[in-house]
Design a protein around this ligand. Structure first.
Ligand code: BES
Ligand code: ZN
Ligand code: ZN
Length: 496
């Protein structure tokens, strides 16, 4: 099986030595708000000669001086995260092995800033080279951060170190998710996803229950089984549980784990089919989040459910015109087999709610192309019946640097899902508002208890990156992981 833990781990050293005292191959310097007069900026004239303007994420390396400058608009978490990630990608083109940086304490929240900086380093260092015969040789092995201000100006150094390492953990979990998503459909199919979950359970001493096809039949998960039927890879539903003592909240996460989405008989055109290995991004995010939470030992009881299925074609395939019965008893008219994610989630959500009565229920899915059309490649859509869980997500997204926006349900779009022959149709009768109608379809499978505790996050846009942006290289981004870990961290502070 593919090696899923990070291969090139960076050693971080946080020291109270001054930046001048630290010995390293290269120094990274932030140019803040185009201010070339800052004492750290020693090559002002050379920078100007080189045409460096100090724009966000702009880099300039002086190899004779071993100094790498990188622009940040302001000194904030969101800007430093992407600037550092870009700096790391620049350093990979060099033969430097060790780097140093100052800790820049002049920010509103120095702890959050350090955490974001750590995330930038680890996210920027990510490369997926599993299928390359020749792996790249250039790598940064260690980074030293000068924490002199923390020692001399009575900033709490232990707290700072903890914040930095939390950032490392969260970003490593994001990279873990990226690795799963980037793995090809013939190397990562439902059984393999279940194995990955079992390995996490072993490593962190968690509870892991895998439902095989016979269990799925017993649980009456007929819609999920119908989607899976034409694949040579049989489906699995994963339940991974982290149960610390005295948890401050119980949270359930549900992920769409389509290890491949060919569209089924409503076959996708070739151009749209490539990248559909990334249709397991929601489920992979759930696994990464649990890994992070178990590493951080957060006092939150966390349940992760993944519906792992491959949507293929064949004589045995489910069809447009089929009527399926979901686990909660509702009948669904299938009019398009490419709207399979909502079918898999209907049953996975049903099972998750049967097994756990949660304080919050969140699902992650690369659910609709319409969400990408509506809000773009960089942003996830957040939906649900109640503003409380949705607002929690928006707030956590802002802190974590992920882009998420609310898409409101309405009763007019709801009507477009009605079926003449079944309780509901798996596609809407209008070509517009597809992200919202998919979300409203899911809401039909949320029970009374969880109605106001649930939010759905459509990560179809940011989950897979075709052109590098922010802290993301080509390929899987690990969308959802950072946001959700930040949200769970905030629950440990707010709930008494
Ligand atoms: N997995 C796709 C959605 C998707 C599209 C994710 C692009 C990432 C990038 C989903 O299963 C799908 O095919 N949805 C259809 C729904 C339609 C048939 C109502 C879509 O978006 O076209
Ligand atoms: Zn599909
Ligand atoms: Zn899909």
């Amino acid at each position: 099986m593919i090696q899923l833990n990070q291969e090139n781990r960076i050693d971080f050293d946080l020291t109270i030595a001054t930046i001048e005292e630290i010995v390293a191959d290269v120094e990274i310097i932030l140019v803040i708000n185009k201010n070339f007069d800052h004492p750290f900026v020693q090559e002002k004239t050379a920078l100007q000669k080189a045409g460096f303007k100090g724009l966000q994420d702009e880099t300039q390396l002086f190899s004779d001086k071993d100094r790498l400058y990188v622009g940040v608009e302001t000194l904030s978490c969101a800007t430093v995260r992407t600037a550092i990630a870009t700096a790391m990608r620049t350093l990979f083109k060099t033969s430097y092995r060790t780097a140093k940086i100052a800790s820049y304490t002049d920010t509103e929240n120095p702890m959050a800033f350090l955490k974001a900086m750590a995330e930038g380093f680890v996210l920027g260092a990510y490369r997926f080279e599993h299928y390359k015969s020749e792996k790249s040789k250039n790598t940064i092995e260690s980074i030293t951060v000068s924490m002199t201000h923390y020692a001399h100006f009575s900033l709490p150094i232990q707290e700072a170190i903890k914040a930095f390492h939390a950032g490392v953990t969260i970003a490593e979990a994001t990279n873990f998710t990226r690795n799963i998503v980037n793995t090809t459909p013939d190397d990562c199919y439902p059984e393999v996803m279940a194995k990955i979950a079992e390995n996490i359970a072993k490593e962190y001493d968690l509870k892991c229950h895998i439902l095989e096809p016979s269990d799925l039949r017993e649980q009456k998960m007929e819609t999920l089984l119908a989607v899976a039927r034409a694949s040579r890879h049989t489906p699995r539903v994963i339940h991974l549980a982290y149960k610390p003592q005295n948890p401050k909240a119980v949270v359930t996460l549900v992920g769409k784990g389509l290890t491949y989405d060919s569209g089924g008989l409503s076959l996708k055109p070739s151009d749209y089919m490539v990248t559909m290995k990334a249709d397991k991004s929601g489920g992979s995010a759930v696994l990464g989040i649990i890994k992070a939470v178990a590493t951080l030992k957060l006092p939150i009881e966390l349940h992760g459910f993944v519906g792992a299925v491959e949507n293929m074609i064949g004589g045995d395939a489910y069809k447009p015109d089929d009527v399926l019965r979901a686990k909660n008893g509702k009948t669904i008219e299938v009019r398009n087999t490419d709207a399979e994610g909502r079918l898999v989630l209907a049953d996975t959500l049903g099972y998750a709610q049967q097994e756990v009565k949660a304080d919050y229920l969140f699902d992650f899915a690369t659910l609709t192309g319409a969400c990408v059309v509506g809000v773009g490649n960089y942003t996830s859509g957040v939906m649900g019946n109640n503003d409380v869980p949705k607002n929690m997500i928006i707030k956590a997204a802002q802190h974590s640097g992920e882009l998420m926006t609310k898409l409101d349900f309405n009763r007019y779009l709801k009507k477009t899902l009605s079926s003449e022959i079944a309780d509901i149709c798996n596609i809407s009768n209008t070509r517009y508002g597809g992200a919202i109608t998919a979300g409203m379809f899911l809401s039909e499978f949320i029970d009374e208890y969880h109605k106001d505790k649930w939010a759905h996050i459509d990560i179809a846009g940011p989950a897979f990156v075709e052109h590098i942006w922010g802290e993301n290289p080509h390929g899987a981004s690990g969308a959802g992981v950072r946001m959700m870990v930040y949200l769970l961290e905030s629950l440990t502070l707010e709930v008494q």
